[in-house]
Design a protein around this ligand. Structure first.
Ligand SMILES: Nc1nc2[nH]cc(C(=O)O)c2c(=O)[nH]1
Ligand code: SF4
Ligand SMILES: [Mg+2]
Length: 206
């Protein structure tokens, strides 16, 4: 039987966050997540089922040569490798936005992992071995996050490290975020952390 997938939305926009900011991409947003962050900005419970053929047809209506697989949490989706094989065969560059607990399928070209301090005990038991970027949401005080950032540096091997302010009710904790950046970057011989904003929200695009 043709595999079916939980799909929240498929839309074309510019990647708003991290190293690939500005990259035109078709975003495929999957339903459900294995975490429940209180600041989550995605209604990942509201999804419909789509077949592999329907997803590929929808993606091809757009012109971007890149796909961002996101959610919800894409790594928990049944039959994900089958879909990725098909999209790869169509020639797409495949990026993924994951919370960094579960392994990412081999077809993925670029992995952005966003571990959550709230679930630090989970990451101590299970996490990705490597990623192309780590992007941590500043979901607490600089004191609370400093140790978690250091722990994740040891857990997930990555060449790029970002902090993303936590947005709740339209308010962003920029001061706490840059304070933490300063503390992390004051360490000698440690990874350099940079700011990543959700620029798509500032720009008023999807
Ligand atoms: N433009 C844009 N960039 C994004 N990068 C990660 C997103 C996400 O929701 O996973 C996202 C999103 O929703 N929109
Ligand atoms: S891991 Fe991401 S998608 Fe899942 S609840 Fe947290 S913010 Fe939302
Ligand atoms: Mg988003």
């Amino acid at each position: 039987m043709m595999p079916h997938y939980r799909i929240v939305e498929i839309f074309e926009t510019l990647q708003g966050e991290g190293w690939n900011t500005g990259m035109p991409a078709v975003f495929v947003r999957f339903g459900k997540c294995n975490l429940a962050c209180p600041w989550c900005d995605t209604d990942y419970h509201r999804f419909g089922m789509m077949t592999l053929t329907q997803i590929v047809a929808q993606v091809r209506r757009f012109s971007a040569p890149n796909i961002v697989i996101t959610g919800g949490e894409p790594t928990i989706q049944p039959h994900l490798p089958v879909l990725l094989d098909t999209l790869k065969a169509e020639g797409y560059f495949l990026a993924i936005e994951t919370n960094g607990i579960k392994a990412v399928p081999a077809q993925i070209d670029y992995t952005a992992a966003s571990p959550k301090r709230l679930y630090r005990d989970v990451y101590r038991k299970r996490a990705l071995a490597c990623a192309d970027e780590i992007r941590i949401v500043t979901d607490g005080t600089p004191e609370e996050l400093f140790d978690f950032c250091q722990e994740i540096e040891q857990t997930i091997d990555a060449p790029r490290h970002y902090l993303s302010p936590c947005e709740r009710a339209g308010e962003m904790n920029i001061l706490e975020t840059i304070t933490l950046l300063g503390k992390l970057n004051a360490r000698p011989d440690a990874p350099h952390w940079q700011l990543s904003l959700q620029t798509h929200k500032l720009a008023g695009i999807d």
